[in-house]
Design a protein around this ligand. Structure first.
Ligand code: GLN
Length: 293
């Protein structure tokens, strides 16, 4: 039995968001989408799961696509080394989150996107629909309810940032967009196709450019340093590829110029990253030699 097979079913499904508890930890899917148009999948690559924090990469891409965005005055670019929903640093650091992939950073990005577009969720949803080719991509209303019900810590972070003047919109509006963006139901195959936007250095599926190449590479740099939160060092050590994980059990990994890879298994480790997903990506990196280290 391979490492990946024996890791399937390990870990705990996220239980702080009640809707996620329903997932069966024995599920597993894996997709590789290459920049030259090939898609390879195994397992349950067509089963939708909650995108959760992986949405943060695409929301940031949209914000960075605007010229002269003020986002880097509002959020930092340093790994936090702490859980994605910790409050303490925010108070000590004047309401400026360490990076855009921890929750407070992503709430600031959602707030900026709402300000820039008038409807941040729709902008994000439209981007994902176009890049995946899935016109029926949905925000799961049961997940939204669950995110809202379990959202006090995110609310606390957003109000704290507002007290430092780091929110543009009313807090409840920005949070509404954030909760909904986390609740988009997506499959491994769809997410891997969407990730090609980043793997192609900012080029969209239709050939138009969303991001400058440098911005796309910076998005990926931040995935490496911040995308798996307080496990980013361990991910660099074990996998050596930029990764962004979500508590729905998905991990998106990018090999710039080559491919976008998604591993999904709902069983998480203590830091909120998919156990089987990480093992599968380590095996992928070893087999392909794609580790950047
Ligand atoms: N929606 C989740 C939250 O706000 C996202 C966290 C994650 O996927 N790491 O806590």
């Amino acid at each position: 039995m391979s490492d990946t097979e024996s890791s399937i079913g390990s870990g705990q499904v996220a239980d702080y968001i009640p809707d996620l508890v329903k997932a069966d930890p024995k599920q597993f899917g894996f997709t590789i989408a290459t920049v030259d148009g090939h898609v390879y999948s195994v397992g349950e690559a067509h089963t939708p799961f909650a995108i959760e924090s992986i949405s943060k990469v695409f929301a940031l891409a949209l914000v960075l696509s605007r010229k002269e965005t003020p986002i880097w005055q509002r959020v930092g670019r340093e790994p936090s080394g702490t859980p994605f929903n910790l409050l303490i640093e925010l108070e000590a650091e004047n309401g400026i989150p360490r990076n855009p992939y921890i929750n407070p950073g992503a709430i600031v990005v959602a707030d900026q996107l709402l300000h820039d577009t008038g409807n941040g969720l729709e902008a994000l949803h439209a981007l994902l629909r176009a890049e995946t080719g899935a016109a029926d991509l949905q925000v799961d209303s049961v997940t939204v309810e669950s995110e809202e019900g379990a959202g006090d810590r995110n609310r606390a972070m957003a109000y704290l940032m507002a007290s430092f003047g780091n929110m543009i919109n009313p807090v409840h509006q920005a949070l509404d967009h954030y909760f909904r963006q986390c609740s988009i139901a997506i499959t491994c195959e769809q997410l891997a196709k969407a990730g090609l936007l980043v793997a192609r250095d900012g080029l969209r599926e239709d050939g138009s450019r969303l991001l400058h190449r440098a911005d796309a590479r910076q998005l990926v740099a931040l995935m490496t340093t911040c995308g798996t939160y307080d496990a980013a060092g361990e991910f660099a050590y074990r996998i050596g590829l930029p990764c962004q994980s979500g508590v729905g059990g998905g991990i998106l990994s990018i090999v710039p110029g080559k491919c976008s890879v998604v591993a999904w298994g709902p069983g998480l480790d203590a830091k909120g990253n998919s156990v089987a997903g990480a093992v599968a990506l380590a095996s992928f990196a070893r087999t392909t030699g794609y580790s950047v280290f």
